[in-house]
Design a protein around this ligand. Sequence first.
Ligand SMILES: [Zn+2]
Length: 392
Amino acid sequence: MKTAMMETRRLYYEDVYTKEFEAEVLECRPLGKKYAVVLDKSAFYPEGGGQPSDTGFLNETAVSEVHEKDGELLHYTAEEIPAGTRVRGVIDWDRRFDLMQQHSGEHMVSGLVHAAYGYDNVGFHMGSDVITIDFNGPLTEEQLLEIEDQVNERIWENKEVRIWYPGPEELKALPYRSKKELTGDVRIVEFPGVDLCACCGTHVARTGEIGMVKLLSVVRFREGVRVEMISGRRVLQYLQMVSTQNHQVSVLLSAKPHETAKAVQHMQEENFSLRGRLQHMEAESFAAEAEKYEGKGDVLLFKPEMEADAVRRLTDAVMHTCGGRCAVFSKNPDGSFKYAMGQIDGDLRTLTKEMNAALDGRGGGKPFFVQGSVKAEEQAIRDFFSVRQTTD
Ligand SMILES: [Zn+2]
């Protein structure tokens, strides 16, 4: 049986700053494990137009989501609230005001981009971290900075946001943005001189309340670009996070806060040159080692912590002089060993398989050269090789 539609007075359209209200439960329908509560009036904004729904409480009962279905405003709760109950509704105002800042910031950016480049906002997502807007045309990082400067100038003009329902004639003459063909009463939202858009969302009353907009990035997306942005309190939180990070880096590198990138670059160059010197010294030491094992047949070496590439290079050097099989093991910080093993014209496949099985190892490679790691003690490795000599 289809129940008659229950009308709810939308307090968020009368005063978007309504945080608390008194209402009566008209109906409470079981909905799977939840209930859908219909009220005679409500300040809870439902999910719609890319904006997530409000959350909050009806008396002591939490409202997890609010949806608009077939013209009805449904408050989802985990507990039943019988029809006729008088309730005090409280919405999570921090969450809602954040969404109003993000949504209003998005209007101003979309409006400015539309005016300057003629692009449409063709996709919009309000995440819990960042807002993304997809535009159907290209934007460079320089252009993004220009838009960011402009949008903040316009925010600080602190103009009143106008919302109204124009008649059909007036509507026809208005150059407003809209994602779809609209029928019936069209709600027009104007950020004066910046954006004119058909929208049923919640917005700040004056642009100054957006505080600030930060455009974080622009990447190519489909035929256009995807812009990541944040507004309001999220800009402050972002600035605090970035500032803390930069302060830590600045202390670690003994660099001024505005010179950390230069200091990192300097450190990278130094690191690169040190690596070069290390490789050179290793090459000399590996050559000396290769000379030491000249004609010695099978060689088994244990080395303190070395990088996998150095283990490979040492093995390669010694296998070219020893005349047998060379295996090099180097201990990792976790106690396991990395290894490389090689023999000119050798076939180490069977031996490697046996070793991986006996010493809890993994790895492989070419028949004459393998690399990997084992989780075993040095003595166990020595024992494994002592009974597998190929030369005397
Ligand atoms: Zn809007």
